[in-house]
Design a protein around this ligand. Structure first.
Ligand SMILES: [Zn+2]
Ligand SMILES: [Zn+2]
Length: 384
């Protein structure tokens, strides 16, 4: 029997494809949905057998290499060493596969006992553990952390201490998930890892629920319950380099979740969010600021003081400066730690009309109007 053929997948099918194909076929041929149909039962068992091997990386490897897989008599004693459980089914929630009607499966895949149907058997066997705790080493997953810093911290750089909740390699079993010492033969299956279950006229060989197929008892690490990892809150010191920008992403290698069975840990990614400043705006490494300028300053020209991230700087306002005009202060922007260069500061001028209350100012403005009777909108009229 070719397991790939049984599941109707190609030999290079991904684990996901295999799982999908299995789900589909298992649903179709499930004996509960084909009562009394011996052929369906037989197909169901074949599908189950194929998936049992192809969903387990170690078994699959052996199958791919030697062309068959047998629980007993594999060279070197087979893959069933001490260690993690060896579930016959890959990691998904059985409740979604075998849900038939309302009430049959309350949440969590648990069923009411004593109904004597298939669901009971499956939930009984598999309801407890949905995770394929897999003995295959798998790299730990990455963690994401959003960090808020203020404008000045972003510019000058900062050091922050984060409290990260991550999965860490279990210190008791060093990530193996196994407990040293205690290692007795499982009385339920006499060490075979399989039990036979009767359901009506049908017999099933299922992974032993007591030892979860290991054939041994008491060899799970009590600290991590066989997972090899435990949750831990850890403080991580992170240095945010000067010039960090909104959305900058920093990687802290190895501070993601621990891998399983000796595989490397994932990474921690910190996404920086920079709080806005009331006056300074960031545009990459440039700083932008809008400064109010009086009508006489703009008209006559002058030198004004403007704030920069280093303190005050002098800016020349030329005669006849227009509203909205921009001036560049070179290298007064943000120092970029990566390039070692500083951006510029861009100063935008906002010309403010005077608030006139006294007679003298009014007089001066009327006099000014008399000297400049031209229509400031003449250019518009020319083009409309
Ligand atoms: Zn452990
Ligand atoms: Zn057992």
């Amino acid at each position: 029997m070719d397991f790939y053929e049984t599941l109707g997948v190609k030999r290079d099918a991904s684990a996901d494809d295999i799982r999908k194909a299995y789900r589909k076929l298992a649903r179709k041929h499930h004996p509960d949905l084909n009562p009394g149909d011996k052929a369906a039962e037989d197909r169901f068992k074949k599908v189950q057998e194929a998936y049992d091997v192809l969903s387990d990386a170690k078994k699959k490897q052996i199958y791919d290499q030697v062309g068959f897989y047998s629980e007993n008599g594999m060279p070197g004693g087979g893959p069933r060493g001490a260690g993690g459980p060896n579930m016959g089914f890959g990691g998904f929630d059985f409740s979604d596969l075998f849900t038939r009607g309302a009430g049959a499966h309350p949440s969590g895949g648990q069923t009411k006992a004593g109904e004597g149907n298939f669901q009971d058997i499956f939930s009984q066997w598999f309801g407890r553990s949905h995770e394929p705790s897999g003995q295959t080493p798998q790299k730990g997953t990455d963690l994401e952390y959003g960090l808020n810093i203020d404008f000045w911290q972003a510019i000058r750089g900062t050091q922050v201490r984060l409290s990260i909740s991550r999965q860490e390699t279990c210190p008791v079993c060093n990530g193996t998930g196994a407990r040293a010492g205690a290692n007795t033969v499982c009385p339920e299956c006499n060490g075979s890892g399989n039990v036979t279950q009767m359901a009506g006229a049908m017999r099933f060989s299922l992974t032993c629920p007591r030892c979860e197929g290991t054939g041994r008892l008491g060899n799970r690490c009590s600290n991590c319950h066989g997972d090899g990892r435990v949750s831990k809150t850890e403080t991580v010191d992170v240095r945010i380099p000067p010039g960090a920008q909104q959305g900058s992403r920093l990687r802290v290698p190895g501070k993601g979740n621990a891998g399983t069975f000796g595989a490397p840990a994932g990474d921690l990614y910190i996404t920086v969010r920079v709080d806005p400043h009331p006056f300074f705006r960031r545009d990459g490494d440039d700083i932008e600021i809008t400064v109010p300028v009086r009508i006489d300053e703009a008209g006559l020209g002058t030198k004004i003081e403007v704030p920069t991230i280093d303190g005050r700087a002098l800016l020349k306002i030329p005669q006849g400066t227009k509203n909205g005009q921009k001036f560049r202060l070179r290298e007064k922007g943000v120092l970029n730690a990566r390039t070692g260069k500083r951006g510029d500061q861009i100063v935008e001028v906002s010309i403010e009309a005077p608030v006139v209350q006294d007679e003298r100012t009014k007089e001066l403005l009327r006099e000014y109007a008399g000297l400049h009777p031209e229509d400031p909108r003449s250019e518009i009229w020319n083009k409309v």
